[in-house]
Design a protein around this ligand. Structure first.
Ligand code: SF4
Ligand code: SF4
Length: 413
């Protein structure tokens, strides 16, 4: 329920920000009509806190009315995607505009499975100043429908503007599940939307499934020592963020185009409390980044010294890969934190992941298990890393790495 108290001074600030034209000034007082979706945008701008929203107790909400799996589409400048046009990524369709961040396609891939299990639609939510035919790629990765809000105010990400639009769409269509990338943008947007909707949010999920019609959200907890399974039985939508490279990308089916549903949501620039005054481009790192690497050679505590770690660097050079490290190796000072693979480092999904002297703590496994082929070398046959490895060698990393180097050198012309 929404109510305007006698404190209203008739300043008119709330009228232009309402995305649904639900407020009128009558006799110098704000009056709210039935078009209100309880999005909360007017509450933020009222200078005298005259607008109050009281929410239904979650236990009394009709959860059966919430249907569909939604994925927030993240758009970025081409340069921010960098080399992300990796295999399975997107074609360059948007020379004039921004590109879809690859994590969106990963979310659509898992979202498709969830929607199929529920027998519901998979929808992409696209907020942009201009649509450059994004629905082709979104459809190819499984979206049935694209909710498109096209508005000049959506030319760049802004917390207030984007969250207001998504909250408004959510009130209108009532999705059951909403997924966001655990990127800088997603980590800013999803909590804001969740708090406006009075619902929960599970951050950095590493697995998503359907259990008894509900979203089962799994993520490491207690420093990565255990996996927690989280259900939201009394709130909707069920919201999760997922880090890039955690979910497997499905093969795109080009030709399947999502149905575009244009949503006319009024967005007033008065909602924008933060303005970007200047942008500075930092020089891109010349080296390949871990999250984009096709081959990663990683070392753990078992490498013991920096000298021994150099074998892995040489192996890496021969394979054209990037050097990774477990948290243990970083804690020992064998490599710096920028090389750390895992929940508290970078989540990766290369074609080939070679692991030396890594036992396989949960927080490491969740950061690399999406790799296509994992080869593990460890002298403990019971090391958990072998549970996710396709090929395992029980042996001393310091003996095996030089042998691999020798073999590779022999193969090189
Ligand atoms: Fe306020 Fe949002 Fe309702 Fe408009 S729709 S009156 S902005 S809560
Ligand atoms: Fe009244 Fe507040 Fe709206 Fe101003 S912003 S008209 S004080 S309800």
């Amino acid at each position: 329920m929404i109510n305007v108290s006698p404190k209203c001074i008739g300043c008119n600030k709330c009228v232009p920000v309402c995305p649904f034209a639900a407020i009128q000034l009558i006799d110098k007082k704000a009056v709210i009509n039935e078009a209100c979706t309880l999005c909360g945008a007017c509450v933020q701008v009222c200078p005298v806190q005259a607008i109050e929203i009281s929410r239904e107790e979650t236990a009394t909400r009709d959860l059966g009315g919430y249907k569909g799996v939604w994925v927030f589409v993240e758009l970025v400048e081409d340069r921010a995607v960098g080399g992300a046009a990796k295999e399975g990524g997107q074609p360059a369709h948007a020379k004039q505009g921004r590109k879809i961040r690859p994590v969106t396609f990963e979310l659509l891939s898992i979202g498709r499975k969830l929607a199929d299990q529920l027998g519901e639609e998979l929808c992409a939510v696209l907020l942009t100043d201009k649509n450059y035919g994004y629905e082709k790629d979104l459809g190819a990765y499984g979206a049935d429908k694209v909710y498109l809000v096209e508005n000049p105010e959506l030319y760049e990400y802004n917390t207030d503007i984007f969250s207001t639009a998504i909250v408004a769409l959510t009130h209108k269509h009532k999705p059951s599940i909403m997924l966001y990338g655990a990127t800088i943008m997603g980590r800013d947007l999803a909590p804001r939307v969740a708090s406006s909707l009075y619902t929960g949010l599970t951050a950095d999920c590493t697995a998503l499934a359907i259990k008894d019609g509900q979203l089962l959200q799994s993520r490491p907890a207690f420093g990565g020592n255990i996996m927690a399974d989280i259900l939201s039985p009394r709130s909707r939508p069920q919201m999760s963020t997922v880090r890039p490279n955690v979910m497997k990308l499905s093969d795109p089916i080009y030709g399947k185009i999502a149905v575009t549903v244009r949503e006319d949501i009024k967005i007033d620039k008065g909602l924008r409390r933060v303005k970007v005054l200047e942008r500075k481009l930092e020089k891109a790192d010349a080296g390949v980044k871990l999250d984009e690497a096709r081959v990663i050679v990683s070392g753990g505590r078992g490498m013991k010294t920096k000298e021994r770690f150099k074998h892995l660097e040489e192996l890496c050079r021969l394979l054209g890969g990037v050097v990774g490290a477990s948290r243990g190796a970083v804690d020992m000072g064998l490599k710096d934190k920028t090389h750390q693979v895992g929940q508290s480092g970078t989540t990766v999904s290369p074609k080939l992941y070679l692991s030396f002297g890594i036992s396989g703590a949960v927080q490491h496994i969740v950061g690399m298990k999406a790799s296509d082929v994992i080869v593990a070398v460890n002298n403990d046959p019971d090391a958990p890393i072998f549970n996710v490895a396709k090929y395992g060698i029980v042996g001393d990393a310091h003996e095996i790495a030089p042998k691999l180097i020798e073999a590779l050198k022999k193969r090189k012309p």
